[in-house]
Design a protein around this ligand. Structure first.
Ligand code: AMP
Length: 282
């Protein structure tokens, strides 16, 4: 497995891989690998000649006061795990190389990034879509792999690829969960033991929505009220938002449609967790 730091060097390497006729699968990450990341790497391994993983904690997607400084980082551990997952190449640029002095160009997907996480993190998705565009341009992958856990992020990336006529396939893979249903996240390690226990309410609340839809409830407000009650019954949980929305536009729905996205964000102390379930009518 090769590690490359410089953007110009990865550009050259990928150019020559394409000339050799190799297909390239890209897994963009911020590191601190867990089973969720590894599931994307495995799928990329199965579908491409060359697997490239980027590790970059992207400063422009964190607002002042968010957890950029304290975001979990473990480069040595990540490299060992990537090697075991048979990744061919890891791209680990520095912030100075990605955003050199004078940098001033951003990619902004304007509508589907406004609500949900965008409401409390107004510049977050602009940071995500800008770094993803830069990675797509440097690596020119045939396929890029994203997790459903960050559903709004993947929706913004799909929109960006369609709107800017980018020539690659976006592959969305299911959320990998702990045995008790908690979506695996790099941020879970920051939960105190009692917060970790309490964090089950995200999945419990999503499963409740699934059950209600399954048993015929079609009024979104009724389901949302029940989802909120589950979160509010947990003293350590502070609800940021809960929504039932159209999976394409991410606009809230009054009546249940097929398919529909149930999605929420909940804080435990300083740690903010997100999760979602795609619901289909029976
Ligand atoms: P991150 O390093 O958190 O930016 O995540 C990198 C990629 O891994 C993103 O596409 C995430 O959606 C995906 N990912 C994170 N957690 C999970 C999970 N539990 N299951 C599946 N994919 C995940």
């Amino acid at each position: 497995m090769q590690t490359i730091h410089e953007p110009s060097a990865i550009g050259r390497r990928c150019e020559s891989l394409r000339r050799e006729g190799k297909t390239i699968g890209l897994v963009p990450t911020m590191g601190a690998f867990h089973e969720g990341h590894l599931s994307l790497m495995r799928r990329a391994r199965a579908e491409n000649d060359v697997v490239i993983v980027s590790i970059f904690v992207n400063p422009i997607q964190f607002a002042r006061g968010e957890d950029f400084e304290s975001y979990p980082r473990d480069l040595q551990g990540d490299l060992a795990q990537a090697e075991r997952a048979e990744v061919d190449l890891v791209f680990t640029p520095s912030a100075e190389e990605i955003y050199p002095d004078g940098f001033q160009t951003y990619v902004d997907v304007t509508e589907i990034t406004k609500g949900l996480c965008g409401a409390s993190r107004p510049e977050h998705f602009r940071g995500v879509t800008t770094i993803v565009t830069k990675l797509f341009n440097l690596i020119r992958a045939h396929r890029a792999y994203f997790g459903q856990k960050d559903y709004q992020q993947s929706a913004a990336v799909r929109r960006l690829v369609a709107d800017l006529n980018l020539d690659l396939e976006i592959v969305l893979l299911p959320t990998v969960r702990e045995a008790d249903g908690l979506a695996i996240s790099s941020r879970n390690v920051r939960l105190a033991p009692e917060e970790r226990q309490a964090a089950c309410v995200l999945y419990t609340s999503l499963r409740l929505a699934e059950e209600r839809v399954g048993s015929g409830e079609r009024d979104a407000k009724t389901i949302l009220d029940e989802m909120r009650s589950v979160i509010e019954a947990e003293p350590l949980a502070h609800l940021d938002y809960v929504a039932l929305c159209d999976p394409e536009t991410l606009k809230p729905l009054d009546r249940i449609e097929d398919p529909m996205l149930a999605v929420l964000a909940v804080r435990f102390g300083k740690t903010r967790l997100i999760d979602n379930l795609l619901l289909t009518l029976p």
